[in-house]
Design a protein around this ligand. Structure first.
Ligand code: 26W
Length: 826
């Protein structure tokens, strides 16, 4: 039992807000630099950034405390976002925007002859995520704070975030991202709230004094979880929510045992093993690799967070717990929360099973982010048994009771029972984490309309049969603060001058821009184009510095940036690029519209094919960029180390957003939304949120192509790529160029693995089936590009119709239908 701490006994006093004028800010900055950091004005930019961050942080404190006091009020229902990933990026500019401090800070800095932009770029990206799922978590926190919702983020304080990517001889090379090495001024360590997390050991059944059955989990190896709080400011509403990240630390008891045995070195080694838990983010985004350390991470986050919630709950009656707390599980990664909440209620709080289960299933909600079977988490029962014997027992009991229910609903349906069991039988029995999440939650959602429908009809069908009302859709969204106001300040200013402010909190107001796409608004359109051209010029500089490739800012800029994966079909894009190159050689350079094609994205280090795709892109780029006949009509670049800050430079510049996954495979996509909001037009398949983007902007302003999800599945059993090649001489030539080593003259044969997979009847991504449709759609792109006014009109309409893709809309739906929180009033 936690002893009541002193700080809970004394009420938290309100704090005075600090002065926000440029003089006060300048003084505070110098105080931090000189007296706290011991640096002087000519120091490294990173210390200037650090001093400015502290200056800002102290200006966040008073609001942070006021928000916390509201969250702590006994009647306040709160939600907890449990996620192994938060892809935050930089924070300084975001806080400046939210707190309306851009002007005084810029002034204060220029008073010291410092450049704010330069200082901002010294901040390292907090890259605690792989891709879409992690960035979504960060966008959601931003929206929750902006909407004054009492939501706490719980996550992991990885020492090393997503690896840094370099390109060497066309290949990806990974460097560790030791982001905490320099400075991390945003976090506040709170060791007073540490928790103990148990692993291993065994369970001991017994009876308590009242004769009730008990289980003790004993002989465990314990690890400490130490929380670090990061402020999440709302947009101009004085709300500051909290992201609480856990770091692993060895317990003293653990060390002492070894130390007393006289083995100092072993004790240090054991300490390392404990602290390894939060050492590194796993860089896989689509296939789980079954590593023990990963399961340790999942349980560590989940147990620490749940215990932290109970610490705050204190001795209040558990009858009110479910009315006051709701947990949103970001994919199955934290789904062990179902068993852990049961464990706490049964073993620590001494509730009986039915009472505990009632609370658990009233508190948990699960979001699925992928249909790919290889991404579905399963853990070997044997591993579970060794690492988490008590939670496993609880899972067995959940399963026993659940299957009894299935059997009574469908008597004799043995196959159904096998399909639905939380334990997959076989030579190596496995725990199915998605099933655990569904059984233990009152809400299960997908992240776009198509995805949610496919879940209900496919992967989760049996569960949908059983509990149809549990399933729902929450189409993803992105925060317009970061992705428009911050990333594209010139466009943001034009929008505010045209329709007024307010769109930052109510993105549907962008619809007022529609009329400016009509004839008669030539001044607006020409400003729109000028801003986009300036953004493209800036991006071209970045591309040239990073790759040496020269992009003409006036060329059509086509962008595909996202994790490298076969289902996302970067290969289809490459095939088309080769086709453009072939057209230039056959018909002459003047027959194609001038284009710049930008790729970016990381490959999971163990995903060999994804790495080959990066190599292919770089080889194709090298040949095309060097070809004198091409002469700049077509330029291709792979921008290394794609991440949040790179995207903030990229999405305001793109003309064409490439979203070409095999239909039915991309759960939602969120990059597609960032491009749309900034006025790019999408070329895309009928997949994920593309469908909703198309519906919002209209067929005329979206280049749709390719098979639908149903057509893909119908064709799969009889997919004959040869037929497509034989029917399409242009496709045949593209494949020939690849196979005759035109792009691999000094490394013959290196791309045969890729071309063989494209030619295979078993290619799961059916890339060649969509080639012709894609090339035709790209012809439509060219035609529209030649009509400058029509393109501008479509571009404006894309922004104007993007209001529904604000994360604020998504969070409003989560709140109305799942969380049911009241906004706090300050
Ligand atoms: C177990 C390893 C692992 C790690 C991460 C498996 C799967 C994941 C994520 C589900 C990958 C991911 O980021 N999914 C993306 O989530 C986005 C936010 O909902 C969607 O927009 C993307 O379509 C989806 O691919």
């Amino acid at each position: 039992m936690a002893e009541p701490s002193r700080q809970d006994a004394i009420p938290m006093p309100l704090m005075k807000r600090l002065e926000n004028d440029d003089e006060a800010i300048g003084r505070a900055y110098r105080r931090y630099l000189d007296y706290y950091l011991g640096r002087y004005p000519g120091c490294d930019a990173v210390y200037q950034y650090e001093a400015l961050a502290y200056t800002l942080r102290e200006r966040i404190m008073a609001d942070w405390r006021r928000t916390w006091i509201e969250h702590k009020k006994p009647g306040t229902r709160r939600a907890y976002y449990l996620s192994l990933e938060y892809l935050i990026g930089r924070s300084l500019g975001n806080h400046l925007l939210n707190m309306e401090l851009e002007d005084p800070v810029r002034e204060a800095m220029s008073g010291l002859a410092l450049d704010l932009e330069e200082i901002e770029s010294a901040e390292p990206d907090a890259g605690l995520g792989n891709g879409g799922l992690g960035r979504l978590a960060a966008c959601f926190l931003d929206s929750c704070a902006t909407m004054s919702l009492p939501v706490l983020g719980y996550g992991m304080r990885y020492e090393y975030g997503m690896f840094r990517q370099r390109i060497e001889s066309g290949c990806q090379v990974e460097d560790p991202d030791h982001w905490l090495l320099d400075v991390h001024p945003w976090e506040i360590e709170r060791p007073e709230y540490k928790q103990t997390i148990r692993f291993g050991g065994r369970t001991e059944p017994g009876r308590d004094r009242k004769g009730r059955f008990t289980v003790h989990w004993v002989d465990t190896e314990d690890v400490l979880a130490v929380p670090y709080d990061i402020p999440v400011t709302g947009y101009r509403n004085e709300v500051v929510n909290t992201l609480r990240l856990w770091a692993a630390s060895a317990t003293d008891a653990f060390n002492l045992k070894e130390f007393n045995a006289g083995d100092y070195a072993d004790s240090v080694a054991a300490k390392n093993q404990a602290e390894n838990i939060t050492m590194v983010l796993y860089p896989n985004d689509a296939s789980e690799n079954g590593k023990e350390l990963r399961l340790r991470q999942q349980y560590f986050l989940t147990s620490a967070s749940l215990q932290d919630v109970f610490r705050q709950w204190g001795e209040r009656s558990l009858d009110d717990f479910a009315a006051a707390n709701v947990f949103q599980l970001n994919d199955t990664h934290p789904s062990i929360a179902v068993a852990e909440l049961m464990r706490i209620l049964l073993d620590d709080k001494r509730l009986d099973w039915d009472a505990a289960w009632k609370i658990t299933t009233a508190c948990m909600a699960y979001t699925n982010h992928t249909l790919l079977p290889e991404a579905l988490e399963r853990w070997p029962v044997r591993l579970f048994e060794r690492l988490l014997p008590r939670p496993l027992e609880i899972i067995y009991e959940i399963n026993r009771r659940f299957l009894t229910e299935v059997r009574s609903r469908w008597p004799g349906d043995v196959a159904r029972v096998q399909r639905m069991s939380l334990i997959e039988e076989g030579p190596e029995p496995q725990v199915r984490m998605a099933w655990l999440a569904i059984v233990g939650s009152f809400s299960v959602n997908g992240v776009a309309a198509l995805h949610s429908r496919l879940l209900a009809e496919g992967l989760f069908r049996d569960f949908h049969d059983m509990w149809p009302s549990r399933f729902n859709n929450k189409t993803n969204g992105v925060t317009p603060r970061r992705w428009l106001a911050l990333a594209n300040p010139d466009l943001a200013r034009l929008i505010s001058e045209t329709i007024g402010d307010g769109w930052q909190r109510d993105l549907s107001r962008l619809a007022e821009l529609k009329r400016y796409s009509q004839p008669g608004h030539e001044a607006f359109k020409s400003r729109w184009r000028d801003i986009r051209l300036a953004n493209k010029t800036r991006l071209a500089e970045l591309v040239r510095e990073a790759t040496g490739v020269v992009f003409d800012p006036r060329a059509l800029l086509e962008v595909q940036v996202k994790r490298i994966h076969e289902y996302k079909r970067q290969l289809l894009n490459v095939l088309h690029v080769i086709h453009l190159y072939d057209r230039i050689h056959r018909d002459g350079p003047d027959t194609v519209a001038p284009r710049a094609v930008l790729f970016g994205g990381k490959a999971a280090p163990g995903y060999a094919r994804a790495k080959e795709i990066i190599k292919l892109i770089n080889n194709v780029a090298a040949v095309i960029n060097e070809d004198p006949l091409v002469n700049g009509r077509l330029a291709v670049a792979f921008l290394p180390d794609y991440g949040v800050s790179k995207m903030m430079r990229i999405c305001p510049a793109a003309d064409l957003s490439v979203q070409i996954s095999t239909a039915g495979k991309e759960a939602s996509g969120t990059g597609n939304m960032k491009f749309m909001i900034n006025g790019a037009i999408t070329i895309g398949t009928y997949d994920g949120a593309n469908i909703e983007i198309l519906e919002a902007v209209g067929e005329a302003h979206f280049f749709r192509f390719g098979l639908h999800a149903e057509e893909v599945e119908a064709m799969r059993s009889d997919y004959r790529p040869r037929d497509f090649i034989e029917a399409d001489a242009e496709l045949a030539r593209v494949l020939h160029l690849l196979e005759c080593d035109h792009f691999s003259a000094s490394e013959p044969g290196i791309f045969h693995g890729i071309t063989d997979s494209l030619r295979s009847a078993h290619d799961p991504w059916m890339t060649l089936a969509d080639f012709r449709a894609y090339a035709d759609a790209q012809r439509r792109v060219e035609a529209l590009w030649h009509d400058r006014d029509a393109w501008t009109r479509s571009s404006i309409l894309n922004t104007a119709c993007s209001g529904g893709f604000s994360a604020d809309r998504t969070i409003a739906e989560y709140n109305d239908e799942i969380w049911r929180l009241e906004p706090i009033e300050l």
